[in-house]
Design a protein around this ligand. Structure first.
Ligand SMILES: [Zn+2]
Ligand SMILES: [Zn+2]
Length: 849
């Protein structure tokens, strides 16, 4: 019993001891200067919001990044592995309301608490480069970028319909509306309001943001697909229909009289199928279209009907299923003429036409569009087929959507293929100035105004004489006032702080007012990773030379929930910074990894479900190494992980076995230092082979496969195999230098996953210096090679025997060995072997009759 007590793995003693030592060495996790001559590796986990508590999702995210960083350090890279705080945002204001704590104090206390948790987990961050986005030394550069973008025409202000969350009492970006509700308040429906807002012109980069996705081969395909859909590019044609005179019957057919009609009101429609335009049987306007207001001005009955459509659209938008809206429309009694044939078609207003997509007007071609067909059938509008399949004998069911066809009922264009017709009709529209080829994006400009306190003040001044005036660079940062009453009512809290609002106009010296909106917090996270490279710079956001060395990020790791918001904004910001001449990379991150969620009992951990597991509890019970290693072991990193406390306990027991094994044989290993190892044979060959296979596997995984769960499993197998030979090891049957190599390499393999235990055992084995500075073990391919393989032999699909073959045995040799096997012989006597299938190294199957 006494002996067992002596050999007790005690993470509660080991881990704090190493954390203290690590904290005392500021160079341990520090990136080296650009001039160090080593290859660089920038590994980054998404920075957290300082809520005050790490959750298991964080632990998983950071365990992946930390394992990778440690591995790269051991591979000899100059590693940048920073951490920071996405520290602006609404919860700080809510807390201020609730507890009367100023947002800054609340935030800083939370940061301190989470930093302690991170340190207790033993995560290897370079705290010298810490970035806290709510501090003026950071957000002054948000303001600086805002001004540079304003100068380039990438920032503008306009009145627009905005998403308004009544709970947040602020505007939300389109990206922050999820199924019609606020992204922070899952049950609060977002309202539409008209407000003057600041926008970033992200659409100026729409095409480049889309094209760039093709080159991001190190990003998950699902993220690229989500971004492609979000950007939503459609190629098509804009065409003007002309508002027909109100007096009916004067309109002549044909295209000849357009010249006289040049004064006519144009209704510009967007279509992806201009080849079907001869089949247009109505023009449909969004209820908010400017013409509709003209029509309804003198027609109260029509106005009431249109208002009804607007209401339906608003409800559908709020419910988040605009695409599934039940289609309703109203005929306006007005007509438009088709520019290609002068044909009059009725003008309708419809609730499924969106004012902010394309031109807010479409031509309706029921014969060749699903939605138009549905609408025409409902309202009894004519359906005219103008495309038929190339093979004219084929029967056609309308709507016929395919673009593999030729034009019919289309005058002089009959017989052209759809593609030819699109090109031809675009040319004519351009020639006669009634349209043009057009690319339309779903992506909208990024609304960044927030009527909040806890964000970056927008560095603009409103002067009655000069209009909008930039805050001069030398007056940055525009600092948030420290003391402020937060009520979350009645617009921007900053507007109620006269000392903040009232300012001298930098242009005319007269009295002026500051902008009181603050910036969306996604501005903060759009470029924070550049600041890490030069976090203390007070003259610039960062030194371009240093950023050029570190960028792009080699590996970025975070949740897939950021696929659209953060990851599109930060790609946009990178392109803007490049065009400002600050950086040379087009994209922020070479590779992106999105880890799965941590769930418990089949559901996402949440307070309301009562299934939250606290990292502190796990660390207290099993140690940081066990909690971290379990979070890597329990599931492939890209899948959801169902948290099982039994599993953590199991990993902890495994680490205890490693500790006992290494402690027991440490004296033998220490004594073997400097001894010449003999060529391994017998048991030592078997164990070293297993070791080198394990090294090869884990090395490969770190190079991109990232099956860390199977890496941990492989280490467990290796330890099992060594332990199974405990009696022989104790009896001295394995030479001491082999024991040294086994234990030393085992500790190195564990170092990325269980850094405290690895550090402790490294010392136990008598090694000098920090294990992080030791070289990652190299796998000896000769040693790793199996010299024999066991190949199963089947007869008619049933396993009969196993033959042992050299790894490089030929197919012929394997076949011969299988046929010569006694069991196979006895079962094939008197029968015919019809076929022998050999899967090299894997299997032999005999088909016997
Ligand atoms: Zn909200
Ligand atoms: Zn002025």
């Amino acid at each position: 019993m006494a002996e067992e007590n002596e050999l007790r793995y005690d993470p509660a003693a080991i881990e704090p001891k190493w954390q203290q030592r690590w904290a005392a060495d500021p160079t341990l996790y520090a990136a080296e200067p650009v001039s160090c001559g080593k290859p660089k590796y920038y590994v980054l986990e998404m920075l957290p919001y300082p809520s005050g508590q790490l959750h298991m999702g964080h632990v998983r995210n950071y365990s992946i990044g930390d394992a990778l960083a440690r591995h790269m350090w051991m591979r000899g890279y100059n590693v940048l592995h920073p951490m920071g705080w996405d520290a602006f945002g609404l919860p700080a204001e809510n807390a201020a309301l609730k507890n009367n704590t100023p947002p800054r104090e609340w935030t800083q206390a939370n940061i301190a608490a989470m930093k302690r948790q991170m340190e207790r987990l033993g995560l290897g961050y370079d705290w010298a480069t810490e970035v806290t986005t709510c501090l003026p030394d950071y957000y002054r550069w948000n303001q600086w970028f805002f001004l540079r973008m304003y100068e380039k025409g990438l920032v503008y202000r306009k009145k627009s319909k905005v998403n308004w969350c009544p709970e947040c009492a602020t505007v939300l970006a389109n990206e922050q509306v999820v199924d019609g509700c606020c992204w922070r308040h899952e049950t609060t429906q977002v309202e539409q309001r008209d407000l003057v807002q600041w926008f970033f012109r992200i659409t100026a980069y729409a095409q480049e943001l889309l094209d760039g996705l093709d080159k991001l081969e190190g990003w998950p395909e699902k993220v690229r697909t989500m971004q492609r859909n979000w950007i939503g590019r459609s190629e098509g044609t804009e065409v003007d229909f002309f508002l027909a005179e109100e007096t009916q019957g004067t309109e002549k057919q044909g295209t000849g009289n357009r010249e006289q009609g040049s004064e006519k009101t144009r209704i510009r429609v967007f279509t992806t199928r201009v080849d079907t335009i001869f089949g247009a049987t109505s023009v449909q306007l969004a209820p908010q279209h400017a013409l509709v207001a003209q029509f309804t001005a003198a027609d109260p009955a029509l106005k009431a009907q249109v208002d009804e459509l607007i209401e339906q659209q608003k409800k559908a938008r709020e419910a988040g299923d605009l695409g599934a809206i039940e289609k309703h429309g109203v005929a306006t009694g007005r007509f438009a003429t088709n520019p290609y044939n002068g044909e009059r078609v009725p003008i309708w207003v419809a609730n499924y036409i969106l004012a902010d997509y394309g031109t807010g007007a479409i031509m309706s071609v029921p014969a060749h569009d699903e939605r138009d067909f549905e609408f025409a059938t409902k309202y009894d509008l004519p359906i005219v087929q103008v495309i038929r399949p190339e093979d004219a004998t084929l029967a056609v069911v309308l709507p016929f959507i395919s673009e593999d066809g030729v034009l019919v009922n289309s005058g002089q264009y009959d017989g052209l293929s759809c593609t030819e017709a699109q090109k031809k009709l675009q040319e004519i529209a351009a020639r006669d100035s009634f349209g043009e080829a057009k690319v339309v994006f779903r992506l909208k400009d990024w609304g960044v105004s927030r009527q909040r306190y806890w964000g970056t003040p927008i560095p603009m001044i409103h002067c009655e004489k000069d209009g909008l005036v930039q805050v001069p660079d030398e007056q940055l940062p525009v600092v948030l006032p420290a003391q402020i009453e937060i009520t979350q009512q009645g617009g921007s809290p900053l507007s109620r702080v006269p000392e903040f609002v009232n300012v001298t106009c930098p242009k005319c010296g007269g009295p002026a007012k500051r902008e009181t909106d603050t910036m969306d917090t996604f501005v903060d996270s759009s470029w924070y990773f550049y600041r890490y490279t030069d976090a203390k710079n007070s003259n610039a956001p960062f030194d371009p030379k240093i950023a050029q060395y570190w960028f792009p990020i080699d590996q970025y790791i975070g949740g897939v929930e950021h696929a659209i918001l953060h990851l599109i904004y930060s790609r946009f910001w990178t392109k803007v910074m490049r065009d400002l001449g600050l950086i040379v990379n087009d994209e922020p991150a070479q590779r992106l990894f999105t880890q799965g969620m941590v769930i418990k009992d089949g559901a996402k951990m949440s307070k309301s479900k009562g299934n939250v597991v606290s990292p502190d509890d796990m660390v207290a019970r099993y140690g940081a190494d066990a909690a971290r290693m379990y979070s890597l072991f329990a599931a492939p990193p890209d899948r959801d992980l169902d948290w099982q406390e039994d599993g953590v306990a199991g990993v902890s027991r495994f680490l205890a076995r490693v500790w006992r094994l290494a402690t027991k044989y440490a004296p033998v290993a220490r004594a073997a230092r400097g001894q010449q190892p003999a060529a391994p044979t017998g048991l030592s060959l078997k164990l070293l082979r297993k070791l080198h296979q394990t090294i090869a596997k884990i090395t490969l995984d770190f190079e991109g496969r990232w099956h860390f769960n199977t890496c941990v499993a492989a280490i467990m197998e290796l330890v099992n195999e060594i332990q199974a030979s405990d009696a022989q090891l104790a009896a001295g049957e394995v030479p001491a230098p082999a024991i040294l190599e086994l234990l030393r390499s085992l500790v190195l393999l564990l170092a990325p996953f269980a850094p405290h235990l690895a550090a402790e055992l490294w010392e136990t084995l008598g090694e000098e210096g920090n294990v992080l500075r030791a070289s990652w073990p190299a796998s000896d391919p000769e040693l790793a090679k199996e010299d024999e393989l066991a190949i199963p032999v089947q007869i008619n699909g049933k396993l009969v025997t196993v033959v042992r073959m050299a790894v490089d045995a030929s197919t012929k040799a394997i076949e011969a060995a299988a046929l010569a096997d006694e069991k196979v012989q006895s079962r094939t006597t008197g029968k015919t072997v019809v076929k022998v299938i050999v899967v090299p190294r894997k299997l032999v199957n005999l088909v016997v009759k």
